[in-house]
Design a protein around this ligand. Structure first.
Ligand code: AMP
Length: 120
């Protein structure tokens, strides 16, 4: 799947759409999910043009991958969920029910997150 540079997160990165920013560095941006599904619900995205976790893992540089994972841990700590625990979710492609085709990780927490998977 090729990268669609008009996806909503690409537009946030270009400053065309506002977001509730939580964190930013050279490689990473994090912001609040617009439709939160838990008391804490943040999205962490790389600044590079990667469609999904699959694409990111295959093509991103070591520096981008390290920066991304370091940022996720820092953001979870800053959001106050590191000690209580939280869930990371990354939806990929059709079966993963991915809506926005720019790699992102959801940080969900602030409350017990229930069962890991609920199939329809
Ligand atoms: P998914 O691609 O299925 O992992 O989910 C995409 C997520 O992006 C959903 O949880 C949406 O609520 C969220 N989302 C979509 N547009 C925005 C936006 N403009 N700002 C923040 N979150 C958004």
């Amino acid at each position: 799947m090729s990268y669609d540079s008009n996806n909503v997160f690409a537009r946030i990165l270009r400053g065309e759409i506002r977001c509730a920013k939580i964190y930013e560095d050279e490689h990473v941006l994090a912001f609040k999910d617009i439709r939160p599904q838990a008391k804490v619900h943040a999205l962490v995205i790389p600044k590079g043009a990667y469609v999904s976790a699959q694409d990111f893992g295959a093509k991103a540089s070591e520096q981008e991958i390290a920066a991304f994972h370091r940022a996720v841990s820092k953001i979870a700590a800053d959001l106050g969920v590191a000690d209580s625990g939280y869930r990371l979710i990354s939806n990929i492609g059709g079966h993963g029910h991915q809506e926005v085709p720019h790699y992102h990780v959801h940080i969900l927490g602030g409350q017990p997150m229930g069962k890991m998977v609920n199939l329809p």
